[in-house]
Write a protein that binds this ligand. Sequence first.
Ligand code: ADP
Length: 401
Amino acid sequence: MKEAVLIINSGSSSLKFAVLSHAGEKLVMQGVADRLNSNQAEITINYAQTSKKAALVDGSHQAALIQIKQWLEQKPDILNSLTGVGHRIVHGGERFTDSALIDEQAIQQIKACIPLAPLHNPAGLKGIEACFSLFGHLPQVAVFDTSFHQTLSNVEYLYPIPIRYYRDHGLRKYGFHGTSFRYISRKLTQLEPESTNSGVVVAHLGNGASTCAIFNGQSVDTSMGLTPLEGMMMGTRSGSVDPTLVAAIAQRDQLNTDDALTVLSKESGLLGISELSNDCRTLEEAMNAGDERAKLALDMFCTRAAKNIVSVATSLTTLSHLVFTGGIGENSNYVRQNIVQNLSILGIQLDTKENIKCPRGQTHLISPAQQRTKVWVIPTNEELMIALDTIKLIRQPENVV
Ligand code: ADP
């Protein structure tokens, strides 16, 4: 096996992992440790068409990684081919404009970003620390959700609030889903080399959802902000709303600010409107069975997605490519059709048949031939980007230890 990389995505209560070989092209194994820090923690490892589940008695991030290492020790060909570990880290603040080899200084800088991502960065650091103790011989690389958006101009990233909040505390738009947007931009350049000289908008629609305008391979605007709560309506997030709603919700329900924000981030969006589910597939099934609130939730999602697409597109001079990606963007022809219907002001249409027949997991053009804006479905692959960044950074001569 050639050039395998262990990919770690360490969240507050879950740790997703994968081994990719052949410079990121081949998925060897993958899995998830769920419900960490509870007595119901368990780990699932998928390898060669089999799936094995095991309880994690000590439900810590370290315990999950010990299980992964023990599994790898039973597969020495995979273990011995590992060349590095790539970590998804949510927030790199303004310190990280690109992925970085992890050394003591990088760890301190990731720690310094904790106030911007108090739940996510500590979880990422737990994954890094556990990997240093278990795979200390392997170089490690951090790949940030935010770094792709560090190319935004200050006109885009500043909030119109007293500028001292930015100057003294770094309060600004950072944006997320950067690894996905970077993958899509790269893939589109392979398909259509001219796309680097024209405007591209990507709608990453999953449980979390955001849009990004890209020119010349660089992010020029994005819908998420200081946190992933800004922008589009999502599975459980409201997206952008009148900020005074935070005080109004706190007052009505006698909550503090943090708890009022939890209503907007965990109880709103598709779930809040449908009172049924945050899951698009479940809502489509309910809508098709006549549930009007499921339809209302989905229609609100689509209208707001269209508004966000137009909003980020204003930072471009042309819109030559619109790309749908993420679990919903890749799989829901209803959502794609509905969003594009809301974009008729831009003269964008879909080829209805191509939209419906779009094969699962494949890149597909879903707009009519000759239309000025090409509309695509491109499956994202954040793991591949993490593997490629890891390999690139550990190959650089100055980084060879
Ligand atoms: P996350 O942000 O958690 O990574 P994903 O990108 O995996 O989310 O997307 C999850 C969403 O994709 C869910 O709302 C799910 O219902 C939706 N989805 C997955 N497959 C389909 C499908 N066939 N039709 C409609 N929605 C789907």
